[in-house]
Ligand binder design. Structure first.
Ligand code: SAM
Length: 292
């Protein structure tokens, strides 16, 4: 691990991910960083105190949440400028991702403090990695507003985005979110990832409208949930004929290296970039097969 002379943890802000359910997911570097930090900056001292206790680590805890942040941030920045090593954690997962810490990180960077990541669990990324939806472009939108009108406005904004949408939601509001999404985003694939890495881990896949109906018909699901919604289907105008696709690829390849040409046409047409890259190579070799 990165240590300064004398074996201490190097000064700076260490942003440390912690498990989202299964303690076995805590990496060795995370444990070493927590054990060696001058203090651990956490959202809730009971949650982090319990984690450190289970690891046999005793470090001072400083509670940094939406309530205490404005008061505590200057004190944390002072400690960092003085050369302390502070570890930032949240209750679970990666700090700053729908969790406190963004302004602390930003102000630490602005103050010339070294900020390092100790990466690890992150519920939206874990859900995306197992959802079976396209991962080449995704948009993490966190929790949408709980009020219906504001939520629907946000969904309408997201409707035109050609990417898998990754949202967080509580069991109590899941049915309302899915109903609005089915109405405003149209026919799409969706996945509900619940209790990832925990005993009752569950993945439900289906069309958005089907999932919305199924969730509405049952009691609200318990536990923690990530909702993923696949990108919109391509409009007929964008579904280029093979010859037009070849022409677009060759035109882009005349200006750009092959990888960038394939990515540019992929972004414009919704076709997978790797498929287009292979087709470009075929075209360059003079093959006649068409991308289907
Ligand atoms: N920073 C955290 C991370 O990196 O995972 C996310 C914090 S956000 C406040 C907490 C939300 O993430 C939960 O309400 C739930 O929507 C989702 N979440 C957390 N743990 C989860 C799990 N094990 N399975 C599914 N969703 C989870």
């Amino acid at each position: 691990m990165e240590r300064s002379e004398g074996g201490r943890l190097a000064p700076g802000l260490w942003v440390v991910a912690t498990p989202i359910g299964n303690l076995g997911d805590l990496g060795r570097r995370a444990v070493e960083t927590l054990a060696a930090a001058d203090a651990v900056v956490c959202e809730d001292s009971r949650v982090t105190g319990m984690l450190l206790h289970r690891l046999g680590i005793e470090r001072p805890l400083l509670v940094y949440n939406d309530h205490s942040a404005p008061r505590l941030r200057p004190e944390l920045l002072r400690r960092l400028r003085e050369g302390q090593a502070l570890a930032l954690v949240s209750d679970a997962g990666t700090p700053t991702i729908s969790d406190p810490g963004y302004r602390l990180v930003r102000e630490a960077l602005d103050a010339g403090v070294t900020v390092r990541a100790v990466p690890g669990p992150c519920a939206p990324i874990a859900a995306l990695s197992i959802a079976g939806l396209p991962t080449d472009r995704f948009l993490f939108a966190g929790f949408l507003p709980p009020r219906r009108a504001a939520r629907r406005r946000e969904l309408a904004d997201l409707a035109g985005i050609r990417a898998t949408l990754v949202l967080l939601e509580s069991g109590a509001r899941l049915a309302a979110l899915l109903a609005d999404a089915a109405e405003l985003l149209g026919e799409r694939e969706a996945v509900i990832a619940r209790e990832i890495t925990k005993l009752h881990e569950e993945l439900r896949r289906g069309r958005l409208a089907e999932l919305a109906a199924a969730v509405a018909a049952a009691p609200p699901p318990k536990g923690e949930i990530v909702v993923l919604i696949g990108p919109p289907a391509r409009s007929p105008a964008e579904a280029l004929a093979p010859a037009a696709l070849d022409a677009a690829l060759l035109e882009a390849a005349a200006r750009l290296p092959p990888g960038r040409a394939a990515r540019e046409v992929a972004a414009a047409t919704g076709r997978p970039a790797d498929e287009l890259f292979r087709r470009l190579q075929e075209l360059r070799r003079g093959a006649t097969a068409r991308v289907r």
